[in-house]
Design a protein around this ligand. Structure first.
Ligand SMILES: Nc1ncnc2c1ncn2[C@@H]1O[C@H](COP(=O)(O)OP(=O)(O)OP(=O)(O)O)[C@@H](O)[C@H]1O
Ligand SMILES: [Mg+2]
Length: 253
């Protein structure tokens, strides 16, 4: 099972949109995917139509429950979800002063049946707090969505730095899988400039696929459907299929 933290401390960078729709397009291509919603805003959970997740994931992090008991099937082919709710905001407080608080999720992930899923995708909150650190400590890979509407280079450098510290201190296996430009508006020079700068600065780490600005992606959560179901022929579905293909290509080598 490959495990990826989908992370960027900048709000609104496309983490949730990428988590949900990469999961759905990987599922379409025959991969079995488990998604963990680690953001107390619970937007990934809501996108999958789950609004009553309760304390489950918080109980896992405080060692009163196991991940496997939180798994729910989703409407997307091949995709299971471990949802959360605003209860998860209590994690910061509940874990403060706990020995080993940063690696509790890693220990719980190790207990999951490895052969049941091909991918684990974790949607992170827009802060580099205890939840994001748990995601980085528990994943093998980091995937960074970047909103191409803003100058995002400094923010990307900061996450990479944090991931390096986590790698050194908590998780030697952690690798940077890639950076994906999201909300790319081909009509504005600024948007294309951001993509160009990302490529200059981070080279091959930037996925060839860019996710274009597409209203259908913004509408889909209101219908509790990933883009593959909401509008399978949209640009958004096309772009996330291309991204899934690139991610799958990395499987060997
Ligand atoms: N390719 C896209 N085209 C159009 N709208 C998009 C696209 N990607 C994301 N959005 C919109 O941009 C906003 C932010 O996206 P998203 O929620 O995925 O970011 P996020 O990084 O998860 O945010 P947060 O930090 O709050 O968790 C949302 O309103 C979403 O619908
Ligand atoms: Mg989000």
């Amino acid at each position: 099972m490959r495990s990826l933290s989908i992370i960027n401390q900048k709000g609104g960078s496309g983490k949730t949109t990428t988590t949900v729709n990469l999961a759905a397009t990987l599922g379409e291509k025959g991969r079995r995917v488990l998604v963990i919603d680690l953001d107390p805003q619970a937007s990934t959970s809501a996108w999958f139509g789950i609004t009553d997740a309760g304390k489950g994931l918080l109980d896992v992090l405080t060692d009163h429950a196991e991940l496997i008991d939180q798994v729910q099937a989703s409407s997307a082919l091949g995709v299971d979800v471990i949802p959360c709710s605003t209860w998860l905001a209590g994690a910061e407080k509940a874990l403060s002063g706990e020995v080993g608080a940063e690696t509790i999720l890693a220990r719980k992930i190790r207990k999951l049946p490895k052969s049941r899923w091909d991918y684990l995708l974790m949607d992170c909150p827009p802060t580099l707090g205890i939840l994001a650190i748990n995601a980085l400590a528990g994943a093998q890979e980091v995937l960074i969505p970047v909103e191409a509407h803003v100058m995002a280079l400094a923010g990307v450098a900061q996450i990479i730095k944090t991931a390096e510290v986590v790698k050194e201190r908590l998780n030697p296996d952690l690798e940077l899988t890639g950076i994906v430009a999201c909300r790319v508006d081909g009509r504005t020079r600024h948007s294309l400039e951001v993509v160009e700068q990302l490529r200059q600065r981070f080279g091959k780490l930037v996925f060839k696929t860019v996710i274009r600005e597409n209203i259908r992606l913004a509408e889909a959560p209101s219908y509790s459907q990933p883009i593959t179901i909401y509008d399978p022929r949209s640009y958004g579905a096309e772009d996330y299929r291309d991204l899934a293909a690139e991610v799958i290509k990395q499987e060997r080598g």
